[in-house]
Write a protein that binds this ligand. Structure first.
Ligand SMILES: C[S@@+](CC[C@H](N)C(=O)[O-])C[C@H]1O[C@@H](n2cnc3c(N)ncnc32)[C@H](O)[C@@H]1O
Length: 478
């Protein structure tokens, strides 16, 4: 599918960028790898993330993302660069098109990246990035930073051989890197949690001729070549680089690159609903019966207090018991340890927006491992988990977020982790049943216990910014 814009001017981009696609892909693009790795790391790009790379060029960033387990898509105006990307990442959904009118539905991606692909001259692309991101999705954009303060700015100098008008346009393009400009644009497009980070960037070349050849394969070089001819461009670039040769070392040009990180706010997380008067949420506390007292006694034995959830479910003790028997059954079928159950519940509840289970199971996980692991997991960063645990967390998030979009390939990480079909069924049932429990709690206005709020590690409490607020500790009953 090809995106269209009324003026169609984006199609001209291929003249410059696609002209020497293989040379660009092999001699120029590999030097950008530091930038790709750093941004993916900042975004905690993970197995199962639906990723779109905007202005993906010849796709090296997508190839690296796919090695991290992301499900990749890319858009670029240059069909010849995209042909290289398709060769590198055949399973990716790659489209020739204009980033200012992208051919995907609203909310299609968990993560969107763009590596020096969105410029001051293409601000509409940021609105498009917001549209195609799912609520809660993360964006990471890089742009050139303070070029004059960059030791390697010499490597960009040959671009200035272009006509005055083209050089002025190049300057307008890099405006997004100036302090406050990118932040303002992202905020105006509806993004939150906007951060600016430094991104490592260094081009390396074997010798001046290698540098000149690599540079000549880029889009801005084509503008210079149109003005002075290819021979003059190569000669000029070679001369500039000669002055930078270092004995026994590659030519190296370190250039300042700015990274912008932000998220698309999830509506379910904002604003917090008002406080409810009853400890049992919107329903009154249950009348005392033997079964109700038994449930309360069990809680006091386990926690030292009666949980708000138990006060609400006390209206249906048999339903409560059967629900938890069922959870015990599927948990046994999948041989889930407490830690694994914690990972599934933390990933499920943070994706759903349930603060109660996120805090309760976040605390259990913190005790079982570290507060850092639990906190990171709740905000979608699985770096502290083993590969098998990451497979569980990713699957839980996908099941909650959009169960009808899962594909058979999504089970691969679980299979690699050693789960056979019966265990996969049981794990999925565990996630869904816990989700049902969370949905009932949330819909009926249940708030996390005040006692829980006091006992969870502070960093974990701060991380849970979604769902119903922690109860204030004034109990009317019991
Ligand atoms: C500086 S390159 C960056 C490419 C790639 N991200 C990388 O890291 O090498 C800019 C890219 O933007 C693409 N491009 C320019 N205008 C575009 C547009 N309107 N829509 C989509 N892609 C565009 C070019 O084809 C080129 O691949």
């Amino acid at each position: 599918m090809t995106a269209t814009r009324p003026d169609g001017s984006w199609r001209e981009v291929d003249e410059g960028w696609g002209r020497q696609a293989s040379t660009f892909a092999t001699l120029s693009e590999p030097s950008n790898c530091r930038e790709y790795v750093a941004l993916h790391h900042h975004l905690a790009l993970n197995t199962g993330d639906r990723l779109l790379d905007v202005a993906c060029g010849s796709g090296l960033a997508l190839e690296l993302a796919s090695l991290r387990g992301a499900l990749c898509a890319g858009i670029d105006a240059s069909p010849r660069l995209l042909a290289v990307a398709a060769d590198r990442v055949p399973q990716a959904d790659l489209r020739v098109g204009d980033m200012q009118a992208m051919p995907w539905d609203d909310g299609s991606f968990d993560v969107v990246t763009s590596f020096r692909g969105i410029w001051g001259t293409t601000p509409d692309a940021v609105g498009e990035v917001h549209r195609v991101l799912a609520p809660g999705g993360r964006v990471g954009l890089t742009v050139w930073g303070h070029l004059k303060a960059s030791p390697g700015v010499w490597a960009l100098a040959p671009f200035r051989l272009a006509t005055t008008a083209k050089v002025a346009n190049q300057a307008a393009m890099v405006s997004l890197g100036r302090s406050g400009v990118g932040e303002e644009l992202l905020a105006a497009c509806g993004f939150a949690d906007i951060r600016r980070v430094e991104i490592p960037f260094a081009w390396e070349f074997p010798d001046p001729a290698g540098y000149a050849r690599a540079l000549a394969a880029t889009g801005p070089a084509y503008e210079a070549i149109q003005a002075v001819g290819e021979e003059a461009f190569l000669r000029h670039a070679t001369e500039i680089a000669r002055e930078r040769v270092r004995d026994g070392l590659p030519l190296r040009a370190e250039i300042k690159v700015v990274g912008y990180l932000a998220t698309k706010p999830a509506p379910s997380r904002l604003p917090r609903p008002p406080a409810e008067p009853s400890c049992a949420g919107f329903v009154a506390e249950a009348e005392s019966t033997d079964d109700v007292e038994r449930l309360y006694d069990e809680d006091i034995e386990d926690n030292g207090y009666v949980m708000n959830a138990t006060r609400m479910w006390a209206h249906a003790p048999e339903l409560h018991d059967r629900l938890f028997d069922l959870l015990a059954l599927v948990s046994r079928d999948a041989s889930l340890t407490t830690r694994q159950r914690g990972i599934l519940i933390a990933a499920m509840s943070s994706t759903l927006g349930d603060s109660y289970c996120a805090l309760a199971w976040g605390e259990r996980l913190a005790l079982n491992s570290t507060p850092q692991l639990a906190t990171r997991l709740l905000i979608g960063d699985d770096t502290d988990l083993t590969e098998a645990e990451q497979a569980l967390a990713t699957w839980a998030r996908h099941v909650v977020r959009d169960p009808s979009s899962t594909r058979v390939d999504d089970l691969e990480p679980l299979r690699r982790a050693g789960y056979a079909d019966p265990a996969i069924l049981a794990i999925t049932a565990f996630i869904a049943i816990r989700m049902a429990f969370s949905i009932v709690n949330d819909a009926l206005g249940l708030r996390p216990d005040a006692e829980l709020g006091k006992s969870v590690p502070p960093q974990l409490r701060q991380a849970v910014t979604w769902g119903r607020p922690i109860a204030d500790g004034t109990r009317e009953h019991g």
